[in-house]
Design a protein around this ligand. Structure first.
Ligand code: GAF
Length: 385
């Protein structure tokens, strides 16, 4: 099998007519638990996966930036001085948005050399595994290195988030970029999204004889469209009415008062976020004290909360989760922003095939398109290759 890295280096040379100065890569991520808590300044527990985006980069002797990719027919090109969200569109808004966002964070774009970039990705697009954050994080780390900017990883995560928010136009939080930049082998990233303090939490799946199965429903989703922004707006409304800076500042003990003050829909959105923050803390404690077999009910409860209170699941995700649970999964939930994408199931290694067959059968029975299923492991964050 050819290594994607050889491909990227060879295609870079073909495309631009010279050899790259180096290769960088960044992983996609899966979120174990803690959904729609990041922009509420709460807690998340994602991990970087063993599917990576790889880029080759070469330095130019002018101030142009060019980006090419396996998923685009044309090379996008612009002068560094002209970078602004209004000038960016399509897929190249992700990499070029990062260059712009580095400038917003203080990099002097008039003092750095132009670059050529070529990108390929093994992170499935549209599966809710953050193929976008993988691009942003790979570009952020590469430019930080070659432009010698000296930004730390939490700052690079903010850079990626700014690119996504302003250049791409998706009002997302800080989780995905943080996971892609801070990921560690066989461990999750326990992130406090207010302080950006991150702790490494060993997962211990292997030792417990468990595997994490991704069930990509193929139902497409986009966070630059309505549903995600509407949920974020509900959370902000809830926090304003309840007089807190962010929903992070509430605990489950505040929920009775919240129910009195909020309309039913806003209350349920708030209840999801507040209980989900607690589930993240409980999951971290369970992983540390008892190991991964103890987190099943927390995963299941997270799914119910997203289905019933936050209302971001779809029938395909519910079916994947229910079928996994009925066929021996330790726990299962939809993962990511919702409205499509993937579910995860924590599964005994010996039962993975059985669960896959059961899910295939259930999808066929319901007339749903066949999902794509694969096991992921926790991998290291963005790096120079
Ligand atoms: C998407 C967003 F990009 C994240 O910031 C996060 O809000 C997630 O949805 C939901 O937990 O992946």
């Amino acid at each position: 099998m050819t290594d994607i890295r050889d491909d990227v280096a060879a295609t870079f040379s073909e495309l631009y007519g010279y050899a790259p100065a180096g290769l960088w890569s960044a992983p996609g991520r899966v979120n174990l638990i803690g959904e729609h808590t990041d922009y509420n300044e709460g807690f998340v527990l994602p991990f970087a996966i063993n599917r990576r985006t790889v880029l080759a980069l070469g330095l130019r002797d002018d101030s142009r930036i060019r980006v090419g990719s396996a998923f685009a027919d044309e090379i996008a090109e612009i002068d560094l001085a002209e970078l602004s969200p209004e000038r960016l569109s399509g897929w190249s808004a992700y990499p070029l948005g990062v260059a712009w966002a580095l400038g917003e964070h203080g990099a002097d774009l008039a003092a750095v050399p132009g670059v050529d970039i070529y990108i390929e990705s093994a992170v499935p697009v549209g599966a809710g595994l953050s193929s976008s954050a993988a691009i942003e994080s790979a570009v952020a780390v590469a430019l930080n290195d070659v432009w010698q900017l000296g930004f730390d990883r939490p700052t690079l995560a903010r850079v990626g988030q700014l690119a996504e928010n302003k250049a791409v136009g998706a009002p997302t939080g800080i989780m995905d970029q943080s996971a892609s930049l801070l990921g560690q082998q066989d461990a999750a990233v326990f992130l406090d999204c207010r302080s950006l303090e991150a702790q490494v939490v060993p997962l211990g799946f292997d030792e417990a004889g468990l595997q994490l199965l991704i069930i990509d429903t193929g139902v497409s989703h986009s966070h630059a469209t309505g549903g995600y922004a509407a949920r974020r707006a509900s959370c902000e409304r809830g926090a304003a009415v309840l007089g807190v800076a962010a929903l992070r500042d509430l605990t489950v003990d505040d929920l009775p008062r919240a129910q009195q003050l909020l309309d039913d829909e806003t209350f349920r959105r708030v209840r999801h976020v507040v209980t989900e923050d607690q589930r993240v803390l409980d999951t971290v404690r369970a992983l540390r004290d008892e190991g991964p077999t103890a987190i099943g009910e927390l995963l299941d409860a997270s799914h119910r909360s997203m289905r019933d209170d936050f209302e971001i699941s779809v029938p395909e995700l519910d079916l994947a989760v229910e079928t996994a649970q009925a066929n021996g999964a330790v726990g299962a939930r939809m993962t990511g922003g919702g409205f499509g994408g993937a579910a995860i199931a924590l599964v005994p290694a010996s039962g993975v095939s059985r669960i896959q067959v059961a899910i295939d059968g259930a999808f066929a029975e319901h007339g749903f398109a066949q999902p794509t299923m694969f096991v992921v492991t926790a991998s290291t964050g963005a790096t120079r290759e």
